[in-house]
Ligand binder design. Sequence first.
Ligand SMILES: Nc1nc2c(ncn2[C@@H]2O[C@H](COP(=O)(O)OP(=O)(O)OP(=O)(O)O)[C@@H](O)[C@H]2O)c(=O)[nH]1
Ligand SMILES: [Mg+2]
Ligand SMILES: [Zn+2]
Length: 294
Amino acid sequence: MPEGQIVRAVGGFFDVRTPEGDIRCRARGIFKKKNLSPLVGDYVIFERTGPEEGVVTEVRPRRTELVRPPIANVEQAVVLFSLREPPFQPVLLDRILVHCERVGLRVCICLTKLDLVPDRSEVEQIAKIYTPAGYRVAATSIRTGEGVEQVKEWLKDTLSVFAGPSGVGKSSLLNEILPGLRLRTGQVSAKLGRGRHTTRHVEIIDLPDGGRVADSPGFSRLDFTGLEETELGDYFPEIREHAVHCAFRGCLHRDEPNCAVREAVDKREIDPGRYRNYLQFLQEIIENRRFKKW
Ligand SMILES: Nc1nc2c(ncn2[C@@H]2O[C@H](COP(=O)(O)OP(=O)(O)OP(=O)(O)O)[C@@H](O)[C@H]2O)c(=O)[nH]1
Ligand SMILES: [Mg+2]
Ligand SMILES: [Zn+2]
């Protein structure tokens, strides 16, 4: 039976890429019954029902699976946040990073709309926090073209996904990277200061330099369902690194004695802002669990 990879999901249809072109498929009813849905990025087996139509009958095991944006088998996430319009949101960035770490993705951080920032030291400060944590950081502008080559370099030879809030310029940057692409882009609402959810579906795009990248709809909410409080520290690389020296196994790095993470925060080896977000997420996980027990 023919096989291919889902490159687009729109309105209950999945476009499966094959050497002979894209086949528009529905998913077999069994998926719905099991509350499973094929994802963009999935390798699937399908049955033909017409020259360009089919039904997905089986999904191959996923190497990675991201819930937001919903996509399978990516190796790398490029997480985009604008420096202005909408303003930079470090808490949401750290939330997304936790999710990417949990899935095991390589992460690059792209700070967009550099042309709207009068003072470069702002970018340097953000880079100073995230580079030591193990993330690659670049700042871009589609107005000046700055940083675009760097992002192109990141995208080579791998399947990546662009993720981030609405209006930060994900589709705009992809249009810049691949002239002729013409993805729809939207204005940021002046009144609300956020994007208008212009991109509505996940779609994988082939790049001329060999890589592939998925554009995705912006999102602003992300919770930690299914995450244990003892796991959280593993998903902050700089906390993970110091945690091996904590006195207690299962240390939550809150108020335990001889906590190597807190010591590292005091010495500014771990950024206090990142640590604050860690504590906030920890509290959220603990409260959610308590709530569920009731
Ligand atoms: N000044 C400036 N504006 C930019 C830049 N990149 C994008 N924009 C503007 O930001 C707005 C939103 O861009 P989009 O590309 O639609 O944003 P998106 O992240 O794809 O948003 P969703 O599809 O809603 O998730 C548009 O008006 C773009 O012109 C940039 O580098 N500088
Ligand atoms: Mg978009
Ligand atoms: Zn500790």
